[in-house]
Every structure is written in structure tokens, then in C-alpha cells.
Design a protein around this ligand. Structure first.
Ligand SMILES: O=C(O)[C@H](O)[C@@H](O)[C@H](O)[C@H](O)COP(=O)(O)O
Length: 230
């Protein structure tokens, strides 16, 4: 549908304004429904945002937090997004939030889909806010253009909320929310830093198909707010 662009002069300024924005959305949802939900991404970009969010004064006990995607590794592994979230977001005031990990005890991500779907049916979609990142290949969440599962992950006519994926250009089997689940969210943000990623995004929007650059599929299906700093 569209991309709403907010450009900041620095990553610090972005984090200050963006963490306030997320806090306002969560507070509003709590005042309207008594609860709120937030989906965050892994990777390196969101770490300063996680730290800023963790000290925001919100009734975190009413907030459910989960991940847009997870690598199928132990939660103690350095590659675990859960570990990243526990160490940086679920701290200080945000330690009171209800965190739902995507990694289960199943050996394969595929075997966890049914159980996780039932869990998130209880949480109830749409999520109040989703914060996505993007890789330089145009993937978002774990919707990788190189994976055999990409068509299913981007097909909004399929009912699936979650999908197991195996990228060929990145390590680890993954689990990811599907495009359908992500774009149903009330507020979808894309958090990027650096000129390279902005160029990748703009090029994808102009010149690529959804399957080539899955981030384009997200922008095609909903309004995405880009929070960008150099
Ligand atoms: O688990 C993950 O890897 C993600 O959720 C992924 O989609 C991430 O957002 C991008 O790969 C950007 O990662 P960086 O912020 O590290 O560039």
C-alpha cells in the first residue's frame, strides 16, 4: 500500500523518538483493551531500541512480546533472537512483560508450527505493533527470497500464521510469522540504519518483485512506517 518515511539525523535520535512512539501505541492499546502486543525482530539493528524501550514507563505486565522470527537454536546460543530480547529488552521496567518465545523443544521448526499457532490464537491477532528489520537481500522476518518456502510465506491467501523456513544464504533453520500475519498488524514499522539498506529498500520497491525482495511484499500489502537513520 505505502511507505511512510521518517528520517532521523542520528540513530540515537531515532531510538528516542521511536521508543516513545511504541510506548504510546502500547499504552493506547492497554487503555482500550486492557492489553497490548508487540512483535520485535532480531539482528543487530534493534539492540539500542530494545534498551530504550526497556526503561519506558508502561504497564509492561499487560504487554505480550514475541519475535517476528527465530533461528532454530537453543535460547542460550549466540544466534538466538530470544537471547537478544531477554538480554536487552526484557530488562528493567520491561522485565514485567509476558514474553512468548518462538523456539520450542521440538527438533524441527516445522514440528512447532501447530503448537505455536494455537498459542497465538489465544493471544489474538492482529498485533498492536510489529517492528521489522531487513537484510541486504531484501528479506524481512525470516521470509528469505532464497528459501524454498518463500512463496508460501508471502501468500496471503493461505491461512498460515507461522512458517518454518530454511534460508540457503544464511545459517539455521527458522520459524517466521507469515506475511499474512505480519501485515494484519495495526502498526507495521521497518527499522533501518545506514545508506546501504535504504538503497536496497528503495531499489526493491522500484525494480523488484515480491518474491525477489520480500520487504516489497510487506509494503505492497499494508502501510509501513520506515524509521531510518544514517
Ligand atoms: O532474526 C533475524 O535475523 C531477523 O529478524 C531479520 O529479519 C533481521 O531483522 C534482518 O536480517 C536485519 O538484521 P540486522 O539488523 O542484523 O541487519
Amino acid at each position: 500500500m505505502s511507505l511512510k518515511i521518517t528520517t532521523f539525523s542520528s540513530a540515537n535520535e531515532l531510538v528516542t523518538v521511536f521508543s516513545q512512539r511504541i510506548a504510546d501505541i502500547l499504552k493506547q492499546a492497554i487503555s482500550e483493551k486492557g492489553k497490548a502486543s508487540l512483535v520485535v525482530s532480531g539482528g543487530s539493528t534493534p539492540v539500542p531500541l530494545f534498551k530504550a524501550l526497556s526503561v519506558r514507563a508502561i504497564d509492561w505486565s499487560k504487554v505480550t512480546i514475541t519475535l517476528a522470527d527465530e533461528r532454530w537454536v537453543a535460547s542460550t546460543d549466540a544466534a538466538s533472537n530470544e537471547k537478544l530480547v531477554r538480554q536487552n529488552l526484557l530488562q528493567d521496567k520491561a522485565a514485567a512483560a509476558n514474553f512468548i518465545p518462538l523456539k520450542t523443544a521440538h527438533n524441527n521448526a516445522e514440528d512447532a508450527v501447530e503448537q505455536l499457532t494455537a498459542t497465538f490464537m489465544k493471544v489474538g491477532l492482529p498485533f498492536d505493533a510489529v517492528i521489522l528489520g531487513m537484510g541486504e537481500d531484501g528479506h524481512t522476518a525470516s521470509l528469505f527470497p532464497c528459501s524454498a518456502q518463500i512463496e508460501a510465506g508471502l501468500d496471503v491467501n493461505l491461512p498460515a500464521m507461522l512458517i518454518a523456513t530454511q534460508p540457503t544464504t544464511a545459517p539455521h533453520q527458522r520459524i517466521s510469522f507469515t506475511l499474512r500475519a505480519l501485515v494484519s498488524s495495526a502498526n507495521v514499522f521497518l527499522h533501518l540504519t545506514g545508506q546501504k539498506k535504504r538503497d536496497v529498500l528503495y531499489h526493491a520497491l522500484e525494480h523488484s518483485s515480491d518474491l525477489e525482495k520480500p520487504i516489497k511484499a510487506v509494503c505492497d500489502k499494508t502501510t509501513v512506517e520506515l524509521m531510518w537513520a544514517p
